[in-house]
Design a protein around this ligand. Structure first.
Ligand SMILES: NC(=O)c1ccc[n+]([C@@H]2O[C@H](COP(=O)([O-])OP(=O)(O)OC[C@H]3O[C@@H](n4cnc5c(N)ncnc54)[C@H](O)[C@@H]3O)[C@@H](O)[C@H]2O)c1
Length: 314
């Protein structure tokens, strides 16, 4: 198939691109490199049909790209992803995540291209059920990031209902693994491992009792790719996670194995924290035969290996 992947130079986009190429598709990546890096696609750049550095908010560019290629599917991952940034500067997140998605949808409507929209578990209200969060669980726009994604999800689904365009909304839970950034803008696993290796304290916001369901990046990419291949999921919302949550305190201990290396600091956005996130992925299992394959222990060790190899430790 001819496939467009937005955000393909980012952390998850990179893994999605590798799977799509492995499956033999013609792949175009569009990324403005606002958070992605050319380094991320170095391994497979020559296999791409085209790598376009550009913004999804540039409608003229989108028109050119969609006119040039006869796409079968658009995997739309390009977005502003940071909760804190969205609180500090909601305009950027809204413009990229909601308006940008609308521009993508308009092209997909005109050119009849199937859409896989990458949402997030951060749209959910806290988990109160031991069976975890199903797709029927209430949403809560606790941050502008969540609000912008919920708005975009609704637009994406409206194109299914109003125009019959095949669209699917995927909501992966917090994803981690190689190629995730290790600074403040990265994910908790990468940040903690990096701090451990540098001999620094692991800082936990608030009490550390908040939990996350952590999904290894290859499992996440498998899920996203499968959602695009299936005819059974049009108009659907689908979760993916490990189906097991861990508190941030437990996670820090798993990574550093030493309580004296962990400190608790004042939460910078307690009002936007989601206290418990536990994924129920039964729907994805039933419709896509998808299940996570990488345990948290294995995933952490693979991530640590990558960080060790990638950064210079002197
Ligand atoms: N990391 C997670 O835990 C997680 C979990 C669930 C969902 N998601 C979603 O998955 C997607 C990828 O996230 P990620 O963690 O790989 O983050 P990332 O920042 O590494 O990837 C996003 C990519 O989109 C690009 N981008 C941003 N704005 C753009 C624009 N206007 N035009 C073109 N490209 C643009 C960035 O340069 C980056 O390469 C996002 O939609 C995110 O919301 C992430």
């Amino acid at each position: 198939m001819n496939i467009l992947l937005t955000g393909g130079a980012g952390f998850i986009g990179r893994a999605v691109a590798m799977k799509l190429l492995k499956d033999g598709h013609q792949l175009v990546i569009l990324d403005d490199l606002s958070n992605g890096q050319e380094e991320n696609i170095k391994e497979f750049r020559t296999e791409l049909t085209e790598f376009i550095i550009g913004d999804i908010k540039n409608e003229t560019l989108l028109e050119e790209i969609f006119n040039k290629y006869d796409f079968d599917i658009c995997y739309h991952l390009g977005a502003s992803i940071n909760v804190q940034d969205s609180i500090d500067d909601p305009r950027t997140t809204f413009n990229n995540d909601t308006i940008g998605t609308f521009y993508i949808m308009e092209q997909c409507r005109t050119h009849q291209v199937k859409v896989v929209f990458m949402s997030t578990c951060m749209v959910y209200d806290r988990c109160i059920d031991e069976n975890g969060i199903t797709e029927a669980h209430p949403t809560k726009p606790a941050s502008p990031y969540a609000g912008a994604k919920i708005a975009a999800e609704n637009m994406v689904l409206s194109y299914f209902y109003a125009y019959g365009l095949p669209t699917v909304v995927v909501r992966p839970f917090n994803t981690y693994g190689p190629f995730q950034k290790t600074g403040g803008e990265g994910g908790v696993v990468a940040i903690f491992i990096h701090k451990k290796l540098k001999g620094e304290y692991l800082s936990i916001y608030g009490e550390g009792t908040q939990t996350r369901d952590l999904l290894y990046v290859d499992d996440c990419a498998d899920f996203v790719v499968q959602a695009g291949y299936s005819d059974k999921v049009s108009g659907e919302i689908l979760n993916a996670g490990l189906g097991q949550d861990v508190s941030i305190n437990e996670l820090a201990k798993m990574i550093v194995q030493d309580d004296s290396r962990i400190k608790h600091i004042k939460h910078i956005h307690p009002q936007s924290e989601i206290q418990k996130l536990l994924c129920n992925y039964e729907k994805a299992k039933k419709l896509l035969q998808w299940e996570p394959k990488v345990s948290l222990e294995k995933g952490i060790s693979k991530t640590e290996e990558w960080i060790k190899e990638t950064y210079q430790w002197k």
